[in-house]
Design a protein around this ligand. Structure first.
Ligand code: DC
Length: 236
């Protein structure tokens, strides 16, 4: 019988599918799709780091003067509002979704994600959203720090060139030029470096390299793993 702290998956609890990986590895779009296929809830932990950053930016205090306390104070009014399949961060009555993807938030979010008390705050919000529900969660440390007992753990990777190309196709809605991809690779490598310490592959995660997979194929594989996990016998 596993101890309460053991990372052995517990089949009596609702299913948790934890998807981690570096920037632009397709975690959130894949997680959303997997959740839709399986009728589960999706929680994007990165959106909470982004929401805390957006709230801190709105205070007008320069990011170089942000402290854990000032960011947490700014983030007090943030809540996750359940949507059809995914949760949306709100600040009071305002849906932050669009602001979260803006340049200012992206430029400053790594700083916020390095703050241990902000990490504890995000982890608590994610666990609350998942309470009592089967979920697909995505981020950098879902399979390690937040859901060490998750029954399905995936670590998504892809070649930086391919990650950059996909991101540009999404942003520009056209096939990008090689020079554009090269510049985006540079930006991605810098972001990977900034987030390196927070990005953790669980020892029992399945590494899925999506460089040569379509999104449909990666979704199919993860859905198959989740269905397999649901079939497993309950643990006593
Ligand atoms: O996945 P994303 O780009 O939306 O993540 C935004 C930032 O939050 C990025 O700096 C990585 C960080 N993050 C993290 O440190 N831990 C998570 N579980 C999720 C995101």
């Amino acid at each position: 019988m596993p101890s309460p702290d053991s990372p052995v998956p517990d089949r009596r609890r609702p299913l948790v599918v934890a998807i981690d990986g570096p920037a632009a590895s397709g975690k959130s779009s894949t997680a959303k799709w997997v959740a839709r296929e399986l009728g589960l809830r999706h929680v994007d932990s990165g959106s909470l780091y982004r929401a805390a950053t957006a709230a801190a930016l709105r205070t007008g205090v320069s990011p170089s003067n942000w402290t854990e306390a000032s960011v947490l104070k700014a983030a007090v009014g943030i809540r996750l509002e359940p949507g059809e399949t995914t949760f949306h961060p709100y600040l009071g009555d305002e849906d932050l979704e669009e602001e979260l993807r803006g340049k200012d938030v992206t430029a400053n979010v790594s700083l916020v994600a390095k703050m241990p008390k902000v990490r504890a705050w995000v982890n608590e919000r994610v666990r609350e959203a998942a309470e009592g529900h089967a979920v697909v969660v995505d981020g950098r440390d879902m399979g390690t720090a937040v859901f060490p007992k998750a029954r399905v753990k995936i670590f998504l990777i892809a070649d930086p060139w391919e990650r950059a190309r996909r991101r540009l196709v999404q942003r520009l809605q056209r096939a990008p030029e090689d020079e554009e991809i090269a510049a985006e690779v540079e930006a991605l490598v810098q972001r990977d470096l900034k987030d390196e310490a927070q990005t953790q592959q669980a020892a029992d995660a399945i590494l899925l390299d999506t460089t040569f997979l379509t999104q449909e194929e990666q979704v199919e594989r993860i859905v198959a793993m989740a269905r397999q996990a649901l079939k497993g016998p309950p643990e006593s």
